[in-house]
Ligand binder design. Structure first.
Ligand SMILES: Cc1cc2nc3c(=O)[nH]c(=O)nc-3n(C[C@H](O)[C@H](O)[C@H](O)COP(=O)(O)O)c2cc1C
Ligand code: SF4
Length: 367
């Protein structure tokens, strides 16, 4: 039987988030200010995504905005109705990383959540003042490395997101480790909780495969301080995924959801997708002619210039994630095929609901 008891609030950097649910950042263009704002109004922590946000906001406003300006704009808009909001900035997006962090800090984001790589330098970019800095890890070892590096910079994580292998987006595991029993979220939590205690009782937020109110209660009973959820918020009215994307989520069965790897993401991490995604299908058939015209995942070359992306030359092993994900957020969908990323639980989604309906269900208020 479900309990009616209120979930315990999540306290981060002295801020009391009434509902301990973090709506995970979803790039490209899925979690923008409409979603984050709605989650914040329901008492959770709403998170926008910084990925490609300059193009998305420039198109929406009809005014050319750079990374800093568009991040500043989106963070500010997410907070207009009150509550707590922040931004997800992926470490893998090196070229725009510092400008995104500065825009978010200057706009007064409540939190910066950063993963898809280790955000080793995050506290050194600019003094964070009231903004909580929250790394995403998939192991106790990664948390140890980050805490030791941040200690040298005079900072301790304000919380940590522990993301297991059932999540949507990029996964922090080698492809052959995704299905290991030892990597199940319930098995990763105890050592990460211990590590978080060792560095001073850092709140631990668990993510990946959490679907129901009972799941939330179960993980909080195991010692989690909060949860982060993506897929369920993808399937809401307020998410900015295209209608075609949302309907693909509703239709997806268990067999339709695969971890893409060769062809996979040029970020080098396993990436969960719906196998019928047009860009995934094309890349399996090696149809797309490689073309780099967005450049968000470029890495530095020997001269320190951002010129390197595996998808630039090789369309047999990599798909062009910038264009695939921009298309699934409605940016030039007629020019590029869409790529739909989801968590394993997308197979359980059978309708699109409002954030209010979803939050009532998740908190147990519905009954
Ligand atoms: C559509 C989608 C896009 C995502 N994009 C990002 C992202 O840009 N950065 C990130 O750190 N995590 C990303 N994630 C992961 C989510 O923030 C969240 O941690 C994860 O989905 C939790 O698992 P769940 O989907 O089973 O709830 C994404 C997930 C989805 C479903
Ligand atoms: S090749 Fe594609 S995925 Fe790689 S940086 Fe260029 S636009 Fe992005």
């Amino acid at each position: 039987m479900r309990s009616h008891s209120m979930l315990k609030p999540l306290i981060i950097k002295g801020k009391k988030i009434r509902v301990p649910i973090v709506q995970g950042g979803m790039g490209v263009g899925v979690s923008l200010h409409p979603l984050a704002k709605a989650v914040a109004q329901e008492g959770g922590l709403g998170i926008i995504s910084s990925a490609c946000v300059d193009r998305i906001v420039s198109k929406r406003t009809g005014k050319k905005m750079n990374v800093y300006e568009s991040v500043y704009e989106e963070v500010s808009l997410s907070a207009v109705k009150g509550g707590f909001t922040g931004i997800n900035i992926m470490a893998a997006l090196g070229r725009d990383y510092n400008a995104s962090v500065k825009g978010a800090l200057d706009a007064g984001a409540d939190a910066i959540i950063s993963g898809a790589g280790l955000p080793l330098n995050l506290p050194a970019i600019q003094p964070p003042k009231d903004t909580a800095l929250i790394p995403i890890v998939s192991s106790a070892r990664a948390l140890d490395i980050i805490c030791k590096k941040w200690e040298k910079l005079g900072y301790r994580p304000d919380a940590v997101v522990l993301e297991g292998p059932l999540a949507g987006g990029h996964l922090g595991f080698r492809i052959d480790q995704v299905d290991l029993d030892s990597n199940k979220l319930e098995n990763l939590l105890p050592p990460v909780k211990d590590m978080a205690k060792k560095f001073g009782d850092i709140p631990v937020i668990v993510a990946g495969g959490i679907y129901t109110h009972d799941d939330i209660v179960r993980f909080m009973d195991m010692g989690a301080d909060g949860v982060q959820m993506g897929t369920r918020f993808l399937a809401t009215d307020e998410s900015s995924a295209t209608e075609a994307y949302k309907q693909a989520v509703v239709r997806a069965t268990e067999e339709d959801i695969v971890v893409a790897h060769r062809p996979g993401s040029p970020c080098g991490l396993p990436f969960r997708v719906i196998k019928q995604s047009p860009m995934y299908v094309s890349s399996l058939q090696k149809k797309r002619t490689p073309k780099c015209d967005k450049g968000y995942v470029l890495m530095k070359d020997a001269e320190g210039q951002y010129t390197v992306c595996p998808a630039k030359e090789d369309n047999e092993n990599y798909f062009c994630i910038c264009n695939g994900l921009l298309s699934s957020a409605g940016y030039n969908p007629d020019k590029e095929e869409a790529l739909y990323t989801v968590g394993t639980n997308a197979s359980r989604v059978d309708k699109i609901v409002s954030v209010k309906t979803l939050m009532d269900e998740l908190t147990g208020a519905q009954e």
